[in-house]
Design a protein around this ligand. Structure first.
Ligand code: BES
Ligand code: MG
Ligand code: ZN
Length: 464
C-alpha cells in the first residue's frame, strides 16, 4: 500500500474520501454537511456514505463518527478509521483519502488502523481479496508517514508469518528469515550447538519432531546505545501437545504457537528503519512439539542451561521449557532488560479472553512501562500475580521443579516457572499472548487469524 501526502484532500481523485465527525460539530466537508441526515450524530463508529455524483473528485464520501471531541484518543482514531476502511473495502475501493482534520500525532493511529483493516491472508487463495492500494493523507510529514508505515508493515509481516501453515513456517524457515533481516547480525545455532550450550530443556521438546530445532540470536547495534534489551519470542512452529497430545479442536490453531517468534522477527525487521538508540537482541528457540518416536516423555528429568532440573509433568507445557533455556541465555549476554512474548497458557486465554494479554515480571517499573506503552498504542496488558503459592504447586519429589502445577492459576504458574531461569540482576517481563495472538473470529480492527500482537508495544517501547 502506498501512502501519498496531499495538500488538499478535497481535490484528490479517488474512490472514497473519509471524513470524521464529532458529536455536535459539523464535518470539514461542505457537501457532507449539506446532506448529513438529522439522525446521524457522529457517535463513535457511526458511518454515513454519500455518493457524490461528480460534485466532488471522489466517487464517495464516507463520514465516520469519532464521538465526543474531548474524549478523542489514539484508540478511537485507529478503531474508527479501521471501521471506515473496512467499509471502503466492501465498496471495492482501491484508492482512498483520509481527512481527519488531523495533526501529526493523529496520523499514526489513522495509518496503522488503515493497514490493520486492509490486511487479509490470501496468499493461498487463487482469487485474491480486494485491497486498497493507495491512501492519501494531509497535514503530515514524510517522517511520520515513514514511521507509521514501518510499524504497520512489521505488523503485517508478523501476521503473515503467524498465519502461515506449520509446513511453511518451520524452525529452519524462521532461521532463514532471521538471517535475511537488514541491519541486524544473526547467529543460528543448530542441534549440536544447542547441546553444547547446555539447553537440555529446549532440546527435549524438539526431540519428537523430524524438523530440527534452531536457536536464533539476532542483534541490532546502534552507535551509542542508551540501554541493552533482549526480546524473546516463543517459537513453537507447531504444538501438538507431544505425547500428552491435544484434542483435535485445541490443535487446530497450534501453528500460531510461534506468534511470539513472529513478533520478535517483525520487530527486528523494523529496527534498521527506525534507528532507535537501544541495543536490541532478538532471541528465538524454534522447534516443534510432536509425539515422534524420540519424543520426550512425562516423568523425564531435564537439565536447563542454568543447571536447574525439571521433572516433565506434562509434555504440553513445552513453551516454558524452551523459554527457560532462552531466558538463561539472554541473562548471559549482558542486557539490562529481557522481555519474553509467548502464546504460553490456555489459562491466560480463559482469564482475559482476547481483550488483553497477561503480563508478569520481576520489575514493577518495567511491567508498568509496558502496560503504559501498550495502552497508548492499542494493546492491552493486564498484570497477573506472581505469588509463591503458584511456585509451590510445582514442587517435585525428584527434581528441582515440575513443569506444571495444578489445573488452576495456570498463567501465573507458568510465570513463576519462567522466573526460575531469570537472574536477579536483569529486569524481566513476560507477556502471555495466548488469547490475543490469534483470533477465532473477527474482533475490533482485526480479521480472523493472527493479529501481530506485541509488535506495536515492543517497537514503541524501544523507541521511547
Ligand atoms: N501453546 C499452548 C498454549 C495456548 C493455548 C496457546 C491456547 C494459544 C491458545 C501451550 O503450550 C499449552 O499447551 N499449554 C498448556 C499448559 C498445561 C499443560 C499446563 C495449556 O494451557 O493447556
Ligand atoms: Mg503446549
Ligand atoms: Zn505451546
Amino acid at each position: 500500500m502506498e501512502i501519498k501526502i496531499a495538500d488538499n484532500l478535497k481535490t484528490v481523485e479517488c474512490d472514497v474520501l473519509i471524513v470524521n465527525k464529532f458529536e455536535g460539530k459539523s464535518t470539514s466537508h461542505e457537501l457532507v454537511n449539506e446532506y448529513l441526515p438529522e439522525s446521524y450524530k457522529g457517535k463513535a463508529g457511526e458511518v454515513f456514505l454519500l455518493h457524490t455524483h461528480k460534485k466532488c473528485p471522489s466517487t464517495y464520501i464516507l463520514t465516520i463518527g469519532f464521538g465526543d471531541e474531548n474524549k478523542l484518543d489514539n484508540n478511537i482514531i485507529r478503531e474508527n478509521i479501521s471501521k471506515a476502511v473496512k467499509k471502503c473495502l466492501e465498496l471495492k475501493a482501491k484508492s482512498i483519502a483520509i481527512d481527519i482534520t488531523s495533526n501529526q500525532t493523529n496520523s499514526i493511529p489513522a495509518i496503522i488502523g488503515a493497514y490493520i483493516a486492509n490486511y487479509s491472508f490470501d496468499k493461498y487463495k487463487t482469487k485474491k481479496d480486494n485491497k486498497i492500494s493507495e491512501i492519501y493523507i494531509s497535514q503530515v510529514s514524510q517522517e511520520v508517514v515513514d514511521i507509521s508505515k514501518t510499524m504497520a508493515e512489521s505488523m503485517q509481516f508478523t501476521r503473515d508469518l503467524a498465519n502461515e501453515p506449520a509446513a511453511y513456517a518451520t524452525p529452519t524457515k524462521l532461521a532463514e528469515i532471521a538471517k535475511n533481516i537488514d541491519g541486524v547480525t544473526t547467529v543460528v545455532y543448530d542441534e549440536n550447538e544447542i547441546k553444547e550450550l547446555g539447553m537440555g530443556a529446549f532440546l527435549a521438546v524438539a526431540r519428537g519432531s523430524k524438523q530440527p530445532p534452531k536457536f536464533i540470536h539476532m542483534k541490532y547495534t546502534p552507535i551509542n546505545p542508551k540501554k541493552r534489551i533482549a526480546i524473546i519470542g516463543k517459537g513453537l512452529c507447531f504444538d501438538s501437545g507431544g505425547l500428552d497430545i491435544k484434542p483435535a479442536s485445541s490443535m487446530l490453531t497450534m501453528r500460531d504457537d510461534m506468534s511470539g517468534a513472529a513478533c520478535v522477527l517483525g520487530v527486528m525487521k523494523a529496527l534498521s528503519k527506525l534507528n532507535p538508540q537501544v541495543e536490541v537482541h532478538g532471541i528465538i528457540a524454534a522447534c516443534e512439539n510432536m509425539p515422534g518416536c524420540d519424543a520426550y516423555k512425562p516423568g523425564d528429568i531435564l537439565t536447563a542451561k542454568n543447571g536447574k532440573t525439571i521433572e516433565v509433568d506434562n509434555t504440553d507445557a513445552e513453551g516454558r521449557l524452551t523459554l527457560a533455556d532462552a531466558l538463561c541465555y539472554a541473562c548471559t549476554i549482558g542486557v539490562d532488560e529481557v522481555i519474553d512474548i509467548a502464546t504460553l497458557t490456555g489459562a491466560c486465554m480463559v482469564a482475559l479472553g482476547n481483550a488483553a494479554s497477561g503480563i508478569m515480571g520481576n520489575s514493577d517499573d518495567l511491567v508498568k512501562d509496558i502496560i503504559k506503552v501498550g495502552s497508548y498504542c492499542g494493546e492491552k496488558f493486564w498484570e497477573l500475580p506472581m505469588w509463591q503459592e503458584y511456585r509451590d504447586n510445582m514442587n517435585s519429589d525428584i527434581a528441582d521443579m515440575k513443569n506444571t502445577g495444578t489445573r488452576y492459576g495456570g498463567a501465573s504458574a507458568a510465570g513463576m516457572f519462567l522466573k526460575e531461569f531469570v537472574t536477579d540482576d536483569v529486569k524481566w517481563a513476560h507477556l502471555d499472548v495466548a488469547g490475543t495472538a490469534f483470533l477465532e473470529s473477527p474482533h475490533k480492527e482485526f480479521c480472523k487469524g493472527a493479529t501481530g500482537v506485541g509488535v506495536r508495544t515492543l517497537l514503541n517501547y524501544i523507541m521511547v
